[in-house]
Write a protein that binds this ligand. Structure first.
Ligand SMILES: [Zn+2]
Length: 340
């Protein structure tokens, strides 16, 4: 397949692929909670110090780390987290100046919900049970950065923080993309870009653009442009004519092309980079509705199946090699945007 989604020769079973794709699309993505539940972390009241709130995860009975805790982190709302200085120092040397040898309590400006996740991240322990909001997770990222805890180590695919942010993506994909971009977290930006296929880049603020930076801005712009270009190019090419029969020849092929133009015109003029394969299929397949020739109908069916498969294979995430797409564009198309 070339960069425009078309291949010159192929033995791909488009029909089988097509049916699999439509089935998957109609099933939709795996279920995820759409409700961003705010849950305050559970804390316990210390029996010997009435009024002191201690984390239920990091207290004197916790089994995390090696041996008993030797330092207490206190959030700005007075929740105590009993942790190990060795863990903190392993996560970031920035804790060194904060943790004097005789210090046994360190007050931090983060609230308990944020600090709770930060500590879980440092210990690499899942925190999904607290269902932190996206806002809390973004505060966590800021805190990790402030304490110089390397994001590329603690926010990799497969880490609890990465998975947590991915689960909250549908709520604020742009914010996640911005956080990923400003910290050069490519894998996270990739996931966010899936939700930004048709995001109107012209409404980005100056601050957004500054946070995104030229590289990530170009990647998301290229992704949208490429998908739009491929979509228009695919639908602009009508089904090929079948061999002439006694009842259907060149004249009737004109009728097929006309029907195809009517069905595809909205995608050519106003297609969106995130158009679904189901919508594409249903709209284009309507071109055969009024065709009297069954061979012509079959030509439409085959073309629609090819388009659906090729559209589903068109990249849905940003890529590093953004130059490749524009490099292969014929010079005339670089300026006109025409698909013909
Ligand atoms: Zn025909």
């Amino acid at each position: 397949m070339d960069s425009f989604g078309e291949s010159k020769q192929s033995t791909v079973d488009y029909e089988q692929l097509f049916h699999d794709l439509i089935k998957l699309e109609e099933q939709g993505p795996p279920g995820k909670s759409k409700n961003d539940v705010v849950v305050t972390i559970p804390v316990s009241e210390s029996p010997s110090n009435s009024g002191i709130s201690v984390s239920t995860a990091f207290n004197s009975s916790s089994e995390y780390g090696d041996g008993p805790s030797d330092v207490t982190l206190v959030s700005n709302d007075a929740v105590h987290f009993l942790v190990h200085r060795s863990r903190l120092l392993k996560a970031s040397k920035s804790f060194g100046p904060l943790l004097a040898p005789d210090l046994d309590m360190l007050r931090l400006p983060e609230d308990a919900n944020t600090l709770n996740v930060v500590v879980h991240v440092i210990y690499n322990i899942p925190f999904i049970q607290y269902t932190p909001t996206l806002d809390i997770l973004l505060q966590v990222v800021k805190a990790l950065k402030k304490y110089e805890i390397p994001l590329k180590s603690f926010l990799n695919p497969g880490t609890p923080l990465f998975d947590g942010l991915i689960n909250k993506l549908p709520a604020m994909p742009l914010e996640v993309y911005l956080v990923a971009a400003e910290n050069d977290l490519f894998e996270l930006a990739c996931e966010a870009s899936k939700q930004l296929l048709s995001f109107l880049l012209t409404i980005l603020t100056d601050e957004d653009v500054q946070r995104m930076g030229s590289i990530y801005l170009r990647m998301i712009f290229t992704l949208q442009t490429e998908r739009l270009f491929v979509l228009r190019r695919l639908v602009a090419n009508p089904p090929t004519a079948h061999a002439p029969t006694t009842t259907c020849g060149a004249g009737e092929y004109g009728r097929l092309k006309s029907a195809w133009s009517s069905a595809s015109v909205n995608f050519v003029l106003d297609g969106k980079p995130d158009v679904s394969v189901v919508l594409l299929y249903k709209t284009l397949d309507a071109a055969k509705t009024d065709l009297p020739c069954t061979d012509c109908q079959q030509c439409v069916t085959q073309r629609v199946q090819e388009i659906v498969v090729r559209w589903s294979l068109t990249p849905k995430t940003i890529r590093m090699d953004v130059q490749d797409f524009f490099a292969v564009l014929p010079p005339a198309l670089r300026y006109s945007g025409s698909v013909n």
